[in-house]
Design a binder for this molecule. Structure first.
Ligand code: F6P
Length: 359
């Protein structure tokens, strides 16, 4: 039987979202003969009147779409429909408007491409409105549980690794300690992976408390071995010596991580006398063209998500486990954040390579 399925991207953008949209449209249109409706700006498109959504046609199946960063549907990481900030300063529950929008589009199921925050909201909306929901995991932070990885993580690690590659010549030319602050929210996955791949001497992640003395010793050892520079990677959620998070406040009042790189750089300069420079990598980790791994993941996830709808398996998230694409209960994926295991394989590798984790 022919179906109409909706799809939206939600939360922060990342590389590979368009590749997932393309895969869903290919599988649904050409595999099953279904119609795919793209909803703009996450759940916000369903709240708007007229509803901001439109049928996704064969132009979305072009290979060029797969190569593009960002999301052609738009997205948002603000404005929870259950506590929506209104222009007059009040906060309103607009979840029923989202559900009404979904009904007006006469959809049979909804695919949400998102991270933990988006999935928590989408599950609540789905339960309230009787919506058949399937999730596709995306997050550069890689902090969703029940999947080895999510769309966008691999590309973000690649970008951070390339940044280290490009910092190294300047570090060596000027005998400097270069500090690279990377994203990842409360998880140090990007930092540990890129730090190892990019040859960092020190990697600080929020999961492992750090001591300045340990960093100082590592930098002295590097110097004693005849190297005139060092590379340091700091995850954005690493705490100061006093245990505080370094944050910045957006114009709208929302607080996000930022600034710990500068803090660590000053401490290193004071304790070692080294000349330090800081690079805050920021959103370049999110917007680029997806690497091959993210394209493969997005393609596999997109196909599997549509197949789940065909099998009437809902409230599930597609996932990667032991190189297989599987599906898991959405509730389990967001029960707890997946952070770096302080004794896990990458941490053991880093320790084995003599990289300081600040311990
Ligand atoms: O969750 C993805 C992420 O890029 C985090 O790594 C980062 O802390 C946050 O989003 C930044 O959010 P924004 O795009 O609102 O600055």
């Amino acid at each position: 039987m022919s179906k109409r399925i909706g799809i939206l991207t939600s939360g922060g953008d990342c590389a590979g979202l368009n590749a997932a949209l393309r895969a869903v449209v290919l599988r649904a249109r050409h595999g099953y003969g279904w119609t795919v409706v793209g909803i703009r700006n996450g759940t916000h498109g369903l709240m708007e009147r007229p509803i901001e959504a439109g049928e996704l046609g064969d132009d979305v199946t072009e290979t060029a779409i797969m190569r593009q960063g960002g999301t052609i549907l738009g997205t948002t990481n603000k404005g929870d429909p259950f506590a929506f900030p209104m222009p007059d300063g009040s906060v309103r529950d607009r979840s029923n408007e989202v559900i009404e929008g979904y009904r007006q589009l006469e959809l049979d199921a909804l695919i949400g491409i998102g991270g933990d925050g988006s999935f928590a909201i989408l599950r609540r909306i789905a339960a309230q409105g009787g919506i058949n929901l399937v999730g596709i995991p995306k997050t550069i932070d890689n902090d969703l549980d029940m999947t080895e990885t999510a769309i966008g993580f691999s590309t973000a690690v690649d970008v951070a690794t390339q940044a280290l590659d490009q910092l190294q010549p300047t570090a060596a030319s000027h005998s400097r300690v270069m500090i690279l602050e990377v994203m990842g929210r409360d998880a140090g996955h990007i930092a540990i992976a890129a730090g190892i791949a990019g040859g960092a001497d020190v990697i600080l992640i929020p999961e492992i408390p750090w001591r300045l003395e340990s960093i100082r010793q590592r930098i002295e050892t590097v110097k004693a071995r005849g190297r005139n520079f060092a590379l340091v990677v700091v995850a954005e959620a690493v705490r100061t010596a006093e245990g505080d998070a370094a944050t910045v406040t957006n114009a709208g009042g929302a607080v996000r991580y930022g600034g710990i790189g500068q803090y660590v750089a000053e401490k290193i300069a004071q304790s070692t006398g080294a000349e330090t420079r800081v690079t805050v990598l920021g959103h370049v980790q999110r917007g680029g063209a997806p690497d091959a791994r993210d394209r493969l993941l997005a393609s596999g996830f997109g196909v599997h998500a549509v197949d789940l709808i065909a099998q009437k398996k809902f409230d599930r998230m597609v996932a990667l486990w032991n190189r297989e694409i599987i599906d898991v209960p959405l509730a389990d994926a967001i029960k707890q954040p997946n952070v770096v295991d302080p004794n896990g394989p990458l941490v053991r590798t880093a320790r084995g390579l003599g990289i300081s984790l600040g311990e």
